[in-house]
Design a protein around this ligand. Sequence first.
Ligand SMILES: Cc1cc2nc3c(=O)[nH]c(=O)nc-3n(C[C@H](O)[C@H](O)[C@H](O)COP(=O)(O)OP(=O)(O)OC[C@H]3O[C@@H](n4cnc5c(N)ncnc54)[C@H](O)[C@@H]3O)c2cc1C
Length: 430
Amino acid sequence: MTGLRTHETDICIVGGGMAGVAAAVSAARRGQRITLVERAGFLGGAATAGSVSQFVGWHTRAGRKVIAGIADDIIAELAGLGGADGFDRFVMSTGHCMDRIAYDPDLLKIALDRLMQAGGVEVFFHSILCGVENTKGRIERISVAGPGGLTGIEARCFLDTSGDMALLSAAGAEFLPEPAAGRQPATMMFALAPVDFSRLEAVSREQKTEIIQRGLETGALPRAALHHSRVPGSAVAWFNISRISVDAVDPLSLSAGEMEGREQAVRIARFLIGNLPGCEQARLDRLAPSLGVRDTRRVLGEHVLTADELRRNEGFADTIACGAYPIDIHHAGSTSLTIEEFGEDHYYRIPYRSLIPKGLKNLATAGRGLSAESEAFAAVRVMPSAMATGHAAGIAAAMVAQSNSGDFRAIDVPALQAELRAQSAFLGES
Ligand SMILES: Cc1cc2nc3c(=O)[nH]c(=O)nc-3n(C[C@H](O)[C@H](O)[C@H](O)COP(=O)(O)OP(=O)(O)OC[C@H]3O[C@@H](n4cnc5c(N)ncnc54)[C@H](O)[C@@H]3O)c2cc1C
């Protein structure tokens, strides 16, 4: 990679979704020079490009808060813009109870911009990873294609928070095998407006079941659900109903999925306007900018998190985050969903080693990239967990950048945990 423009930094983060942003904020607080590379022209990943519109999984069912720290700071910034509601418990059309914060995806983009500016993070928008120089397990430099051509970025260490594990893949990391049941399908989120929420929210569970049945029988609904969330203070509802089986790291498959997602959104919107009380006056107001991808590659980490470890709340000595969201599996090629809830006040721990890919020294991951078998991933994939693991990865990266070893394995994990606790992160009770 000769003849490139070169950019030097302490920590380079590839992927500006909720995990990458949380990592950038936490590393910047330690006074490091941070460069964040993002292929879109805004931050947030699935939260904005996918218009997911609700952060779920903050509390146990009994109400114990298990996600805090930088995740709370991000929500506070968003709430300051009027872009987030408070915590809300809601019953899904499947009958499961969830806790969430509904938000405005456009205002979230602005909140995340402000956090980057406040932390002095250098953001490379419209820039996509296209190469890596890797010597004996150490990333020396990456190249990104962006406005004006190619730039080489040299850093002491790197985080891959691209969701699709773009940097890990380019660096030759080893990945877990494809799950036997296939990867979870993608969804094209869409919004209807104006919605009469007083009528929509008065629809009974029985009525919903009957509407879903009609939608499935006529082929209008690809999924047995009517999930929606309201953009705070507006008459706009985002719906999470479409379902598209896609290999998101195959360009032709992903492109076909984007097109199929838009087609499904139009069909479903027509059905909802004709059948769902409160939506009669609405139109298809907007589509998410991109298909929401739940599941792609998962790296082989120093620890691969399992569903049994979540079920028994394994007491990892290197816990860096917790979660309480249930195992939530959208089945490929089917209209159904499996949700395995945990006990009333059950939470689980996530170990530092699941952020560390085998065989690479100065590269770690967070968020959707966590090393986890597919059932465990179905629980830890939500955005509050992505922010919590990003928070930890950012501090760890700052420690690596300041160390002589330059190796994520060599950091002082108790010191990382102490710093996380001092920043209000919840790491479980001892
Ligand atoms: C349809 C759908 C519904 C969901 N529902 C919920 C929900 O209700 N509540 C909830 O909390 N969670 C939900 N989730 C899960 C959650 O949204 C994601 O798992 C989470 O946002 C992942 O965050 P992340 O930062 O790890 O990755 P992502 O959000 O995937 O971010 C990765 C970022 O990396 C960038 N990137 C990728 N490749 C490159 C590259 N080569 N170069 C540069 N940049 C790159 C992307 O543009 C993106 O911005 C849902 C997910 C989907 C898809």
